[in-house]
Design a protein around this ligand. Structure first.
Ligand SMILES: O=C(O)CCC(=O)C(=O)O
Ligand SMILES: [Fe+2]
Length: 557
């Protein structure tokens, strides 16, 4: 890294540290301000629920199970059970506020072949879905990457994906038409049909407050998506949604609450136990929707014995949960007020909490009530417009085991196999092999070229190889799609290690021109220092993972 780039790099790191610190401060202030109180939240039985939904959660849409064709439910549910039975769903070791923690839910990524999804510093690799009419690669024809059971399962999820692509488009268009019609009806601030003047004023005030809040948040929320796109301000006209609704992956979640001993209480509203803490979905194309299928099943599907002990620490579902955390925010506070109600009210609350729910809140806001939406088995919900940016969501555990399939349009500019393979070729272009002596040398010693290569070297090692060995390899026992490409990538990486060594030789060579030598040494030193630091972080994570695994084994005995 050039000194200038390096400065920029550290400035960015500092900025992200600062914003992390700022967020922590805000979170603390929020919790302090709240004290023992809880912010109200509304469920369907509460008066004003629909109004709150319309005014503050308009980007959320529920699609009840009857909206999907019967056959699809069956295929999708049996696909989810297959994934679970085959041991494809695993708890991820993710990084939250500088700590390594296991997610409470078990997950798998299914999606376009060669795609990955990065969340909480973890890169997941897709189990490819095989779509109708898909052209098979030549070698794949001879030897499919998954057995037919798994293939069918992934295909069912692809079918669900197709349904979501068209349904979300339709729903969004329909809502757009409705919205623009009601805009005309309500122009000049005249009260709309069935709406009293007072409530229009309330809404306008609310709208204004919301706008102010959004402006404030603009600065707060993470803008870094890893790519050059950034969310347009919310006042921008809605983009052509059709182009955004091309879900390319689904992240499957599974959790059986009876196997979890220490789920965290939702801390701000007292909504109940959380399976997934408050969060925004990361690394999505700005303004793209998310579509979720929810399947609660009465009993834990029987799992096939996983024989291969691969050090993932995943075979024990009855975790002691020492290291488990529901991602996002959350503290282990006592169950708050709502439960203190008496008689039937209490029963009502308990009944409500038996059901799985999705919770929503406006980000950094303690004035707008939260929303808890119960999900019956087979129900779907959509998060559209900029709901994911302006709001956070969490998942509230019900009594039964539950799967969800969460379809997303992930940012893929730096996340596909194609992309990283191209980067590898770019780097290796600088390696010259003398055909006779079979010695190798560097073609160009230009600082920019050397820097570029060292950057790729780091990207391949930390964003792909180590992530794969850490997370992706776990799929290898039932899906071979990534095996060969990753072996090739490792070979490429070894060549890059060789190139670094060659550069070191040039720098150490007394015959190299002094001026160039210094510049090259600088690049090399910076690259090696960064690499060293990164490698140490990975080693620590690895050690942590092994220790957690060993602890689980000991406690399980
Ligand atoms: O399970 C759900 O309903 C949503 C899960 C979720 O928010 C996520 O995986 O990001
Ligand atoms: Fe989410």
């Amino acid at each position: 890294m050039k000194p200038r780039q390096r400065k920029q790099y550290f400035r960015n790191m500092k900025r992200s540290d600062d914003s992390e610190r700022e967020k922590r401060r805000k979170r603390r202030r929020l919790i302090q301000e709240l004290g023992e109180q809880r912010i109200p939240y509304l469920s369907p039985a509460d008066p004003g629920f629909q109004e709150l939904w319309d005014s503050s959660y308009a980007g959320l849409a529920l699609r009840q199970s009857c909206a999907l064709p019967d056959g699809l439910h069956e295929r999708v549910q049996s696909a989810l059970i297959t994934l679970q039975r085959r041991g494809c769903l695993l708890r991820d070791l993710v990084r939250i506020r500088d700590r390594d923690v296991f997610t409470a839910v078990s997950r798998a990524l299914v999606g376009k072949p060669g795609y990955t999804y990065r969340y909480l510093d973890t890169r997941l690799f897709t189990i490819p879905w095989h779509c109708e009419g898909e052209e098979r690669q030549k070698d794949e024809k001879d030897k499919p990457c998954c057995d037919s059971d798994l293939r069918d399962a992934c295909k069912a999820l692809w079918e669900l994906n197709q349904f979501f692509c068209s349904d979300v488009k339709q729903q969004t268009n329909a809502r757009g038409v409705k919205r623009s019609r009601s805009d005309t009806e309500n122009s000049e601030d005249t009260p709309g049909e069935g709406m009293c003047e007072e409530s229009v004023k309330d809404r306008l005030l609310e709208k204004k407050q919301k706008q102010e809040k959004e402006e404030e948040e603009e600065e707060e929320e993470d803008s870094g998506q890893g790519c050059s796109h950034s969310s347009p301000p919310s006042s921008a006209p809605p983009p052509d949604v059709a182009g955004l609704v091309e879900f390319n992956v689904t992240l499957i979640n599974y959790m059986d609450p009876t196997a979890m001993t220490q789920l965290k209480e939702e801390p701000y509203y007292g909504m109940g136990k959380m399976a997934v803490g408050w969060h925004h979905d990361e690394n999505l194309v700005p303004l793209s929707p998310v579509a979720v299928y929810s399947y609660s099943c009465p009993a834990e599907p029987k799992k096939e014995e996983v024989t291969e002990k691969d050090g993932e620490g995943q075979s024990k579902e009855k975790e002691k949960q020492k290291e488990t955390e529901t991602e996002g925010e959350g503290t282990s506070k006592e169950e708050p007020k709502k439960e203190e109600g008496e008689g039937s009210e209490k029963e009502e609350v308990q009944k409500e909490k038996a059901c799985w729910r999705v919770g929503l809140k406006v980000a950094w806001d303690i004035h707008t009530p939260g929303l808890a939406l119960p999900l019956q088995s087979g129900d779907c919900y959509y998060m559209t417009d900029d709901l994911n940016r302006t709001h956070q969501h969490c998942v509230l555990a019900g009594d039964t085991a539950r799967f969800s399939s969460t379809h997303r349009v992930v940012q893929c500019c730096t996340g596909t196999l194609d992309y990283i393979q191209k980067r590898c070729s770019e780097a290796l272009e600088n390696l010259h092999t003398d055909p006779e002596k079979t010695t190798k040398s560097l073609k160009s010693l230009l600082p920019n070229t050397l820097q570029h290569i060292e950057d790729i070297h780091n990207e391949v090692e930390f964003e792909w190889l180590r992530q794969y060995w850490f997370q992706g390899r776990r799929y290898a026992r039932f899906c071979s799609w990534w095996t060969k490409p990753m072996e090739q990538m490792e070979k490429d990486w070894k060549e890059m290690e060789r190139m670094t060594q060659l550069l070191l030789d040039v720098v150490e060579d007394e015959n190299t021109v002094q001026e160039n030598r210094r510049e090259m040494a600088d690049i090399l030193l910076n690259a090696l220092t960064d690499r060293q630091q990164h490698r140490q972080t990975w080693r620590d994570s690895q050690r942590h993972r092994h220790l957690t695994f060993l602890l689980d084994c000991l406690q399980g005995d």
